[in-house]
Design a binder for this molecule. Structure first.
Ligand code: UD1
Length: 353
């Protein structure tokens, strides 16, 4: 069996790692295509190095652009790459422009196409990722759902025949990394001299939070006024938008830091007092590490993090109250699988090959 994985943005490199390792251990031929959507070394290369992912076999180098330009560039480049490698399966990940473009190219070339992390829904059509998810799910032949809630969404859209619940590959990579960094200090603590449990870690990058000047200003003001230091891991979109709006990010207790490599992110999350974010992945990582999370969004796809009490959705004005809430009640729920999802994914592809 020959699998082609197509990835392009930071969260996809994390999800790729356990799949690449499972393919390697099981002798499955695996072609990795990097679209080039993310090109900064701290958003891309560092993940390949730290998570021991083989260098991409193909790099499309598409870079930044409007959604149409970015999606279109990947789509037009993918046809030739797929025809040259002739994989048995094309595997697409998550909800980015790279996901949608690769799915569309593959399925139209009549190559079996599987969507990893299928069935997630925010029901917010203003999010580019929501459009990418829905269209990718309807295009793909096999829908690999991370949770039963995701499978229910697919059933409601008439897609249950193509759906299988496999768990979440992010649990695989998180558990492996947690074991490796358990006894290593957090680079954030080392760098700033913080004690464990006495700092917040934050990420803000979504267009809905960065594109409007007043909203971004209000989020940063709330972060700066928190009673503990807040380290904001600054995504290029945040830095670019703050400069465009003429806003200074650092203020009060808020300091910026470059994005972290994955093991450093896990080590720094494990020792944080809380996480404040609008990222999808970090909400789940905080939950799996049982660190309270505050999410600056009106909705989340990862509803289990909220129903178990470990994640709270807020508007900027409620951010401070939520972030300083008392520690949630411990739970033993495992909605995101057992850490062996990548092997189940390969089993599913092989059984249908
Ligand atoms: C993308 C994904 C989002 C994912 C996020 C993780 C889509 C629609 N969105 O959002 O689902 O959560 O990645 O990071 O695919 N930029 C750089 N260097 C880079 C990459 C981007 O400077 O290496 C800049 C670009 O110039 C652009 C901005 O960051 O202005 C946004 O990049 P883009 O790839 O469009 O989307 P993200 O916001 O990163």
């Amino acid at each position: 069996m020959k699998i082609m994985s197509v990835v392009g943005a930071r969260p996809q490199f994390v999800k790729l790692a356990p799949i690449a390792h499972a393919c390697h251990h099981r002798g499955v031929e695996h072609i990795v295509v990097h679209t080039g959507q993310h090109y900064d070394p701290m958003l891309s290369d560092v993940f390949f190095d730290d998570l021991s992912i083989p260098k991409p076999d193909e790099h499309l180098g598409v870079g930044s652009g409007s959604h149409g330009v970015q999606t279109g560039s990947i789509l037009s480049a993918m046809d030739e790459v797929i025809m040259r490698h002739k994989p048995d399966w094309v595997l697409v990940y998550g909800d980015t422009n790279s996901t949608l473009a690769a799915a569309l190219s593959a399925v139209k070339l009549h190559i079996s196409t599987a969507h990893l992390e299928a069935g997630l829904r925010s029901f917010n059509r203003a999010m580019p990722e929501e459009i990418n998810r829905v269209l990718t799910d309807h295009a793909c032949d096999l829908l690999l759902a991370p949770t039963s809630v995701a499978a229910q969404h697919l059933e409601r859209e008439g897609l249950s025949k193509r759906t299988v619940v496999v768990g979440d590959v992010m649990t695989d990579v998180l558990f492996q990394t947690r074991s490796k960094v358990r006894n290593q200090p957090s680079p954030i603590m080392d760098e700033f001299g913080f004690s464990a449990g006495e700092y917040f870690l934050a990420t803000i990058h979504r267009p809905a939070n960065t594109d409007n000047r007043n909203r971004l200003e209000s989020i940063l003001a709330s972060l700066g006024a928190l009673p503990y230091p807040v380290v904001l891991l600054a995504h290029p979109r945040l830095v670019a938008k703050a400069a465009e709006h003429g806003i200074t990010i650092n203020r009060g207790n808020l300091v910026t830091h470059a994005p972290l490599a994955y093991p450093d992110l896990v080590a720094s999350t494990m020792r944080a007092r809380g996480i404040i974010t609008d990222s999808g992945g970090l909400q789940k990582e905080a939950f799996l590490l049982r660190i309270p999370c505050t999410t600056v969004r009106p909705e989340t796809e990862w509803v289990e993090t909220v129903s178990t009490g470990w994640n709270v959705l807020v508007e900027p004005e409620n951010l401070a109250e939520a972030a300083t809430r008392t520690q949630p009640t411990p739970v033993t729920d495992t909605p995101y699988g057992d850490g062996h999802t990548a092997n189940r994914v390969i089993d599913e592809l092989a059984s249908r090959g």
